[in-house]
Design a protein around this ligand. Structure first.
Ligand SMILES: *[C@@H]1O[C@H](CO)[C@@H](O)[C@H](O)[C@H]1NC(C)=O
Ligand SMILES: *[C@@H]1O[C@H](CO)[C@@H](O)[C@H](O)[C@H]1NC(C)=O
Ligand SMILES: *[C@@H]1O[C@H](CO)[C@@H](O)[C@H](O)[C@H]1NC(C)=O
Ligand SMILES: *[C@@H]1O[C@H](CO)[C@@H](O)[C@H](O)[C@H]1NC(C)=O
Ligand SMILES: *[C@@H]1O[C@H](CO)[C@@H](O)[C@H](O)[C@H]1NC(C)=O
Ligand SMILES: *[C@@H]1O[C@H](CO)[C@@H](O)[C@H](O)[C@H]1NC(C)=O
Length: 436
C-alpha cells in the first residue's frame, strides 16, 4: 500500500510540473486520480463522530496539496468532469433540505419522502445530535455540534449509522432502537424490508403508520439505504453550513443543497401558535411596544434571521465549491405554485420527478396540472401560507421588520407600514424574484 501511495504521489508531482504546459488535462487527471484514490479507501473510514480534534478534512493526506492546483484552474470544464466522475456512481444524488422550524420544511420534505422506491429519505435525524446537549457531560459539546452534524450527515448519506448511533439515547442494543425520532415520517424506515416483526405479548408503541413494526433495526435500515439510488435528508438544525464544505467536496457524495426560507413574520406567527412561551413573551412585548435588546426571544429571532441570511448570501455568492449544488427556495413560492416548484427542485437535483410525488402534491394542495399564468395560483395552499397576516398583531409585524430587515430585503418580503396593507389580501407581500 505504501509503495502504491508513493507511486501515485510521484505521479501527481509530475503532473503538477507538466501542469504549466497544459492546464486542463492535468487538472482533469488530478481530479480523476484523487477520485480513484478515494474509491480505494473503504467507505467506512469515517473518523469517529466524537473525535473532532484538529482535523479539518478527512481527505487522504497525500492529496491535501492537490486542492490548490485544482482550485486555481477551476472553471466550467473541470466542473463538468467533476460532475461526470460523480455520475459514474449510478448518478446517485444526496439531497440536503435545510430550513428552520416553522418554515414549511415538513411539507416540502414530503416532496422527497413521497418519491418512491428509489429514494431513501430521513426526517430530522440530527434531532438526536442536538438533544445530546441536554445529556452530555462534555461542556464543549455545543461548540463541537457543527462538526458532529457534518459527520453524522456524512454517515447517513453513505448509509452508515455508526455516527448517529452514538447520539441516540438510550443507546441502541445490537443496532436496534425503539427510540428513533419521528421514524414514521420517513417512509423508507417503514418499508417491509426495514420492518422487523413485533414480539408477541410485548407492549410497544408501533412507530409506523401503515405497518406493525418492532423496534428499528439499523442494520436493516442501512442495508435498505444501500439499495436506494438517491438519498435525501431534511434538517432544521444546520445553520453554519459552510462547515458542510467537506461533504460537498467528498468525492463519494454528490451533494445538492436546497435552502428553504419563509417570511420571518410568518415564522414568528407560527411559532406563537406552537410554543406558548414564545406567545407569552411577544404578547407582553407588543403591549409595551418596546423591543428590549437582551430579551432571549428577541435575540433568538434576530439570530435566526441573521444565520439564514448569511447562509443564503454564501450560497448565492456561488463560491466554486458550491456551484450548481445550491438552490434557494421560498416557501411562499412553493405554496403558490407547488407543482412547478417541486419540478424545479427535482430538476436542480438531477433526480427524475416521480408520479408518486406528483400525486401527493395534487392530493395535498389541490394543485391542478397544466395550469399557468395568474390563475394557476394555488388558492388553497397559498391561503394557508398567508393566514398569518390575519393573526399577527400589526405592532409585532413591525418589530419583526425592525429585527429582520436585511433578511426580508434579501428574500424579497415587502415591508408593511400600516395594518390595512398587512390585512389586504389583494396586496402581495412577496416580490417576484428569481434566485440564481
Ligand atoms: C488543537 O490544537 C491546539 C494547538 O495545536 C491544541 O491546543 C488543542 O488542544 C487541540 N484540540 C484538540 C481537540 O485536540
Ligand atoms: C486546500 O484547501 C484548504 C481549504 O479549502 C486550504 O485551507 C488550504 O490552504 C489548501 N491547500 C493548499 C496547499 O493551498
Ligand atoms: C478553463 O481554463 C483553461 C485554462 O486554465 C482555459 O484555457 C479555458 O478557457 C477555461 N475555460 C473556461 C470556460 O473558462
Ligand atoms: C438486525 O438485522 C440484521 C440483518 O438482517 C440481523 O442479522 C440481526 O440479527 C438483526 N438484529 C436483531 C436484534 O434482530
Ligand atoms: C384547503 O383544503 C382543505 C382540504 O380540502 C380544506 O379543509 C381547507 O379548508 C382549505 N383551506 C382553505 C384556506 O381554503
Ligand atoms: C386593497 O388593496 C387594493 C390594491 O391596492 C385596493 O384597490 C383596495 O381598495 C384595498 N382594499 C382595502 C379594503 O383597503
Amino acid at each position: 500500500m505504501k509503495i502504491k501511495y508513493a507511486i501515485v504521489f510521484i505521479f501527481i508531482v509530475a503532473l503538477v510540473i507538466i501542469e504549466k504546459e497544459s492546464n486542463i488535462i492535468s487538472s482533469w487527471f488530478l481530479t480523476r486520480v484523487s477520485v480513484m484514490m478515494q474509491r480505494q479507501t473503504p467507505p467506512q473510514t469515517l473518523q469517529s463522530p466524537l473525535d473532532y480534534g484538529n482535523k479539518t478534512q478527512n481527505s487522504p493526506g497525500a492529496f491535501s496539496e492537490v486542492n490548490a492546483t485544482t482550485e486555481a484552474n477551476s472553471n466550467q470544464t473541470e466542473d463538468q468532469h467533476d460532475q461526470e466522475l460523480r455520475n459514474l456512481d449510478g448518478g446517485r444524488k444526496h439531497v440536503l433540505l435545510m430550513a428552520t422550524t416553522r418554515s414549511g420544511s415538513s411539507f416540502v420534505g414530503e416532496f422527497f419522502n413521497q418519491h418512491g422506491q428509489n429514494m431513501f429519505y430521513l426526517f430530522e435525524p440530527l434531532w438526536h445530535v442536538e438533544r445530546m446537549l441536554t445529556t452530555t457531560a462534555d461542556a464543549n459539546y455545543g461548540s463541537q455540534l457543527p462538526g458532529i452534524y457534518r459527520d453524522v450527515l456524512r454517515g447517513l448519506f453513505l448509509c452508515d449509522y455508526t455516527p448517529l448511533e452514538k447520539c441516540i439515547s438510550p443507546p441502541p442494543q445490537n443496532h436496534v432502537t425503539p427510540s428513533l425520532f419521528r421514524r414514521e415520517s420517513s417512509s423508507s424506515l417503514c418499508e417491509e424490508n426495514v420492518c422487523s416483526p413485533v414480539a408477541k405479548d410485548v407492549f410497544e408503541r408501533y412507530a409506523c403508520k401503515n405497518r406493525r413494526c418492532g423496534p428499528l433495526n439499523l442494520t436493516l435500515a442501512s442495508q435498505s439505504c444501500l439499495t436506494k439510488q438517491h438519498h435525501a435528508i431534511k434538517t432544521v438544525r444546520v445553520h453554519q453550513w459552510e462547515t458542510l464544505r467537506p461533504l460537498v467536496e467528498d468525492p463519494r457524495l454528490n451533494m445538492k443543497i436546497i435552502q428553504l426560507v419563509r417570511d420571518p413574520r410568518a415564522v414568528l406567527a407560527s411559532r406563537m401558535v406552537a410554543f406558548s412561551s414564545t406567545h407569552q413573551t411577544w404578547k407582553a412585548l407588543v403591549q409595551t411596544g418596546q423591543v428590549p435588546e437582551n430579551n432571549v426571544e428577541v435575540k433568538s429571532l434576530q439570530g435566526n434571521c441573521d444565520n439564514i441570511r448569511w447562509a443564503a448570501e454564501l450560497g448565492l455568492s456561488q463560491p466554486h465549491w458550491l456551484r450548481r449544488r445550491y438552490m434557494l427556495v421560498r416557501y411562499e413560492d412553493i405554496a403558490r405554485y407547488p407543482m412547478q416548484k417541486a419540478e424545479e427542485m427535482y430538476r436542480f437535483t438531477g433526480i427524475p420527478f416521480s408520479p408518486q410525488t406528483r400525486e401527493w402534491i395534487l392530493r395535498n394542495t389541490q394543485a391542478r396540472e397544466g395550469d399557468s399564468g395568474i390563475y394557476s395560483t394555488q388558492k388553497n395552499s397559498s391561503e394557508q401560507a398567508e393566514k398569518w397576516r390575519f393573526s399577527i398583531p400589526f405592532t409585532l409585524a413591525q418589530m419583526v421588520q425592525q429585527l429582520c430587515g436585511p433578511t426580508m430585503k434579501l428574500f424579497g418580503y415587502k415591508f408593511v407600514d400600516d395594518a390595512k396593507t398587512l390585512r389586504n389580501k389583494s396586496i402581495s407581500l412577496v416580490e417576484d424574484q428569481m434566485f440564481l
